[in-house]
Design a protein around this ligand. Sequence first.
Ligand code: ATP
Ligand code: MG
Length: 598
Amino acid sequence: MAEMIAPIAVATGGWPKIAKSPTDLRVQPNLLDYAATRTSFSWEEIRHELSGLPGGKGINIAHEAVDRHALGSGSYRLALRWLSKKGEARDFTYGELRDQTSQFANVLRSLGIGKGDRVFALMGRIPELYVTALGTLKNTSVLSPLFSAFGPEPIKQRLTIGEGRVLVTTPNLYRRKVAVIRSELPKLEYIILVGKPGEATDVPGTLDYHTLMAQAPVDFTIPETDPEDMALLHFTSGTTGTPKGAVHVHQAVVNHYMTSKYALDLQPDDIFWCTADPGWVTGTSYGIISPLLHGITNVIDEAEFDAERWYGIIQDQRVSVWYTAPTAVRMMMKIGIDVVKDFDLSSLRFIASVGEPLNPEAVVWGQEAFGLPIHDNWWQTETGGIMIANYAAMDIKPGSMGKPLPGIEASIVKREPDGSVAEILAPNTEGELALRPGWPSMFRAYLNNETRYNKCFNGGWYFSGDLAKRDEDGYFWFVGRADDVIKSAGHLIGPFEVESALIEHPAIAEAGVIGKPDPVVGEIVKAFVSLNSGFEGSEDLRRELQGFARKRLGAVVAPKEIEFQDRLPKTRSGKIMRRLLKARELGLPEGDTSTLED
Ligand code: ATP
Ligand code: MG
């Protein structure tokens, strides 16, 4: 942030701390003594909890996730339980997953696709997506997963930036979205279509997945993989602008393992469910890789959000650790707690959330609904894995993102106009959240955008672009994205605290807050809200909400304007697009909307 004006001190909700006792935890958490674990932590030691490729030939994500577990009786352990939209289940043991991913690696090899070549996946959450992802990594090619709901333009944009040589998709998606752009993708050599099992696809200019797989041998030796070999290309969510292609390498797996051990507390008998789509980094780092690193069962649901379906999955699959997102939690809150009570969710022992600020009310709601608070954690596409978390053993301050994980150094800094760090700020002062680079899943580049990449670093720090503060106990609190922060009458106002206060009103389901230019005070606070069922937007309600917000936030921070909307614009990964609310309010161009949900 170039210009720094006096932040305004507003108590963050004043929600009581949720203290943890050993009986709440049910099992002994992996991270018990935070201070001691941080002090003695070394990435090298964590690396030694993984296997490395046989013969000292480096480290490969797919080997750590699949092959090393598929030995002896480990082959029969359940790796994936896939649930189709219609509710059928298909199981894959570690042995089956090893064989199929080896076959897919052989398919790529037979096509002349090798180390560093980009393989894009454009599919819904079907089993072949998981085989494609892990088989690509085995072959030391680079996986770039795309969200299946993207239209032709965003697909073309990403395939072009990523120089995709192979695209694995379905006949339906191919016809609707890829055929029209194919002639504009000269570097795309192979399109592999995943039809229904047992039915060969027959589309000119494409290859058939099942035919190729049937011809491919099941033996595959993973080639030597340097820890710095490129493994994943993930596009950011596009919340603040055009999505950037973040490059990750194979040793990112060390961080995937560490974070799922300490932040998600994965243990040998867990059944894990991450609700994110692999089209986003969460759905790959935690929806594919992390649970397999621990040799446990990963539940995959093909269908989209539906509260009752989700509770049914937790109940029937006996999910013990559940990783989800604030938008989903807010939708569950909107539907109400009564629905939860129809299900037996006693298998759950740990719930976590990521992607957006988690309102304190949502944390507490988790406790009422599931008997467990929801543990917020923070990270970005760029960081490749969780950086700041509420881990299982820690007392929660609702509304806080938690503390930096072992191995992660985070600070709140003030920057000079030239980008260098002017000072590390004292507790309870808002500033930019910065991290010391060096963790294994740190991104290595924004593909084809070195200038943008270089801008993220200065003086031995990585700058996240998010504003936050740290309190005297070392808890981090999200304030807002640097671009979203509102400057009003000499004060700096984070949209998150305004939104959190608003959704505490029974009428409000979701809120998105922006700064609207004002000749007198610089910017005024404007809120867009969607209502819970049973409420209608009216002048009376608006006045009531304004009074409610003033009482909680004070006159300076409370929104001057409130507008009712049926639904707020969001990215497909569920993030409120405040920049779009602002552009629409001001009649400005909407910019890149490739990730906007329908
Ligand atoms: P783009 O960079 O393209 O604008 P994006 O930043 O939304 O998109 P992601 O990398 O998917 O793309 O999201 C990371 C961002 O999400 C963080 O920088 C932060 O702003 C927000 N975020 C993630 N987790 C949390 C959290 N627990 N609390 C608050 N914000 C969060
Ligand atoms: Mg970002």
